[in-house]
Design a protein around this ligand. Structure first.
Ligand SMILES: Nc1ncnc2c1ncn2[C@@H]1O[C@H](COP(=O)(O)OP(=O)(O)OP(=O)(O)O)[C@@H](O)[C@H]1O
Ligand SMILES: [Mg+2]
Length: 497
């Protein structure tokens, strides 16, 4: 069998990679599969810690110890990490490199072993996979080939997750956050990760707050993907883009004949989300009458379709998000206070990029650079010092989304393998200071915002799509903020958020 043939492992990894599951779950799924397929008793995945150079067990069938750490060259795994050679050890007792300390600590008896390095695209060793005790006979040459194939996939997975190769590409892996693809390790992000993991173990409603483009949608997905509902649907409803007249039927469905044109029964999003999660984005835009209906649902878990008399049940977890000031909306009589309390049983604040600081800006930049270089098949690898300086001194009103677009366009435009400062389409520093620093204390936010939007629009020669992109908001949001009538639905332009 060749290395390419291992479809079962590949498939489950690909489907997990597209989710915001924790990286540990992803790696565990890979190891579980291979342990089963190769009939081993145990498997361990070690990663080379970029800071210490030690091997640290990341995923292990190891009820007895929380972590194994091996110094360079220690044990068979340490030896494999050093030499890069894949080895079969038919008799552990007789192997010079076998480190008996682990068996002594666990009480497990290692008879034989298969151990291969995890190498990245450039051949640098990122970790080791070790299988212990084939249930029947010995590990074979074919097993070795299979495990090497899996190690290649692990290496690819690592590059696509928040476990990233260290910057110097010499040794090891940097472990950013627990979720694959959620990048960032600012203290505010670490605190958020803990809360996300806790929230994921319960069914309570979660309210995500944070500026536009900070990653609220991503975090909602992380909560769902790590909850017990992960196999169920995650249904996303944007309360802003739904026309007011349609929103009730969208959410709760309608019976045939409920209104003119309702020629058949249609299920609403609550029904579709049964067994899973309903994500209500921009909850502040939900019209009052629907707020009552939502509140009723949260209290009773039941609802009626539009035009229907039957009371229906749905088992749905509700996550909502907003960048609006709900407290102000309540004071203005536009949002129900009782609903507000129901929605925010757990409230998570997603920090702005400004609060996260320069390190996270650079980590995210590198993450998007890798992602888009791969997607657009560009050989861009690095960011020049000057470009880094510009990235970290800008204040990112559009947050991560603005940074993402900025890096993507730089990757596409880059001439060599490095992103230079002139490729970053950011407003000049002077303009930024002028627009951000010139308001007397206490200027109403709305006025500052409007002024900022108008200046950006001017800088883009009135191009609304471009201005919305720079501001990190949608075109409809821009129109709303300018109090213009909203435009027709946009044709897909390759922009995702
Ligand atoms: N921590 C992060 N790591 C990697 N990518 C991120 C992170 N945060 C946000 N992104 C990316 O930035 C973009 C914007 O994120 P997202 O859509 O989740 O923001 P949002 O807060 O929901 O914005 P809005 O308020 O406009 O709906 C997405 O492409 C998302 O994948
Ligand atoms: Mg969003």
């Amino acid at each position: 069998m060749t290395r390419a043939e291992n479809p079962s492992v590949l498939h489950s990894v690909a489907s997990l990679l597209s989710k915001q599951v924790t990286t540990d779950r992803l790696l565990r799924a890979m190891i579980d599969r291979v342990v089963e397929e190769l009939q081993a008793e145990r498997g361990t995945l070690y990663l080379v810690d970029a800071f210490t150079g030690e091997l640290r067990s990341r995923v292990a069938h190891l009820p007895e110890l929380s972590e194994i750490r091996l110094a360079r060259g220690q044990g068979v795994a340490g030896h494999v990490a050093e030499t890069g050679e894949a080895v079969i050890v038919p008799d552990a007792k007789r192997d010079l490199h076998h480190f008996t300390g682990i068996d002594e600590a666990t009480g497990f008896i290692t008879r034989n072993m298969l151990c291969v390095p995890i190498r990245d695209g450039e051949g640098a060793i990122r970790g080791v996979i070790q299988l212990l005790n084939r249930k029947q006979g010995q590990f074979s040459e074919r097993d070795r080939e299979l495990l090497l194939g899996l190690a290649e996939q692990v290496a690819q997975a690592l590059e696509l997750t928040s476990f990233r190769p260290a910057g110097d590409r010499q040794r090891g892996v940097l472990i950013d956050g627990p979720f694959n693809n959620v990048v960032g390790e600012a203290p505010a992000m670490k605190a958020l990760y803990e809360k996300v993991l806790t929230a994921a173990t319960t069914n309570v409603t979660v309210l995500l707050r944070g500026e536009s483009g900070t990653g609220k949608t991503l975090i909602a997905k992380a909560i769902h993907d790590n909850s017990e509902r992960r196999e169920g649907p995650l249904i996303h409803v944007d309360c802003t883009t739904l026309p007011a007249g349609l929103i009730e039927s969208e959410l709760f469905g309608h019976e045939r004949g409920a209104f003119t044109g309702a020629d058949r029964r249609v299920e609403g999003k609550f029904e579709l989300a049964n067994g899973g999660t309903l994500f209500l984005d921009e909850i502040g835009d939900l019209p009052m009458p629907l707020q009552s209906k939502l509140l009723h649902f949260l209290q009773e878990h039941s609802f009626e379709r539009l035009g229907g008399r039957q009371t229906l049940q749905a088992d749905v977890r509700v996550i909502s998000a907003t960048n609006a000031n709900l407290e102000e909306l309540i004071a203005a009589g536009k949002f129900r206070r009782d609903l507000y309390y129901r929605l925010r049983v757990v409230e998570l604040q997603v920090p702005s990029l400004r609060e996260r600081g320069p390190r996270d800006v650079l980590r995210l930049s590198q993450h998007f650079l890798d992602t888009y270089a791969r997607r657009h098949r560009r050989r861009v690898r690095a960011i020049s010092d000057q470009a880094m300086e510009r990235l970290t001194s800008y204040d990112w009103p559009g947050n991560v989304r603005e940074l993402e677009h900025c890096i993507e366009s730089a990757v596409v435009m880059a001439r060599g393998d490095t992103i230079e400062a002139d490729l970053l389409s950011l407003p000049a520093r002077a303009a930024q200071v002028a627009s951000g620093g010139g308001y007397p204390v206490g200027t109403p936010l709305e006025q500052v915002e409007l002024d900022h939007i108008k200046r950006t629009l001017e800088a883009c020669n009135g191009n609304r799509t471009e201005a919305a992109r720079m501001l990190g908001i949608g075109r409809n949001t821009l129109a709303r903020k300018l109090k213009e009538p909203e435009g027709p639905p946009q044709t897909p332009s390759g922009q995702s958020g």
